[in-house]
Design a protein around this ligand. Structure first.
Ligand code: DC
Length: 225
C-alpha cells in the first residue's frame, strides 16, 4: 500500500499522541510528535532566561537552536544539541510556555519548515494543531480529534498522577481551556479543523477503540479493505 502523510490535529489531551503512535506502529509508519518540537523551543527559551515578549531575542535563539528529532524508538526522542530532553519537556510549566511560544512567527516558521523537510516523502503520521490546515494542507488523510473538556482533564490528571505529580482536576481543566484558547486564537496557523478532516470525538472511546476507528478509515481511504 502506498505510504502517505496522515495528519492528526486537535486540542490538548484529546488523545492525539497515543493514537498517532499506535496507529503508526500498526501501519508501519513513522510518528512525528510536532508538539514536542514546540516544547523543546520553550525549554530552550526557559534555559536562556528569555521573555516570550521579547520576539527579537526569541528570533535570535531560533537562528541558533540545534533541535533534532529521533525516531529510532517508538516514542519520539527530542534532542537539544546532544542532550535528550524528551522527559524534561513534559512538565506543566513547559506545557504552558510551549503554547505561548508556538504563537511566535520565528518559532512557527522554523518548526514548520523542519516538519515539512522530515515528512514530505510520506509514511509519516504527524500530530499537532495545524498539520492538516497549514503544514501539509494536501495530506492524503486528515483527522481532527476532539473530546469533552472534562474527559480531557480527567485523562491529563491520570497522566500526571502516574508520573507522581500532584494536581487538582480544576487546575488541570483550567489550564487545558487556557491552552486551547491560545492555540485557537493565534494569528498564524491556529488550531482549526481542516475542511476535509474526519472528525472523531474520543470522549466515549477507549484508546484501543480510537486506534481501530482511525485504522479502519485509513484502510478504506487507501483501498486496503
Ligand atoms: O501537543 P502538545 O500538547 O505537546 O503541544 C504543545 C503546544 O505546542 C500546544 O499547546 C500548541 C503547540 N503546538 C502547535 O502550536 N502546533 C503544533 N503542530 C503542535 C503543537
Amino acid at each position: 500500500m502506498q505510504k502517505v502523510i496522515i495528519a492528526i490535529d486537535g486540542p490538548a489531551a484529546s488523545g492525539k499522541s497515543s493514537t498517532a503512535r499506535l496507529l503508526a506502529q500498526r501501519l508501519g509508519y513513522v510518528y512525528l510528535d510536532t508538539g514536542a518540537m514546540y516544547r523543546a523551543c520553550a525549554l530552550q527559551a526557559q534555559r536562556e532566561g528569555l521573555s516570550l515578549e521579547d520576539v527579537d531575542a526569541i528570533a535570535t535563539m531560533m537562528d541558533s537552536i540545534n533541535l533534532r528529532m529521533d525516531f529510532a524508538q517508538e516514542q519520539n526522542r527530542v534532542f537539544l544539541d546532544d542532550e535528550d530532553v524528551s522527559q524534561l519537556i513534559r512538565s506543566e510549566s513547559i506545557s504552558k510556555m510551549s503554547s505561548a511560544i508556538s504563537a511566535l512567527t520565528p518559532v512557527r516558521l522554523k518548526m514548520v519548515e523542519l516538519q515539512r523537510r522530515i515528512a514530505h516523502a510520506g509514511g509519516f503520521i504527524l500530530d499537532g494543531r495545524d498539520i492538516g490546515s497549514y503544514v501539509f494542507p494536501d495530506a492524503r488523510i486528515k483527522f481532527f480529534l476532539t473530546a469533552d473538556v472534562d474527559a480531557r482533564a480527567q485523562r491529563r490528571l491520570l497522566e500526571l498522577q502516574a508520573k507522581g505529580i500532584a494536581a487538582s482536576f480544576e487546575d488541570v481543566r483550567a489550564d487545558l481551556l487556557q491552552r486551547d484558547k491560545n492555540d485557537r486564537n493565534r494569528t498564524l496557523a491556529p488550531l482549526v479543523q481542516a475542511d476535509d478532516a474526519i472528525l472523531i470525538d474520543t470522549t466515549l472511546l477507549t484508546l484501543e477503540g480510537q486506534v481501530d476507528l482511525l485504522y479502519q478509515h485509513v484502510q478504506k481511504i487507501l483501498g486496503g479493505l
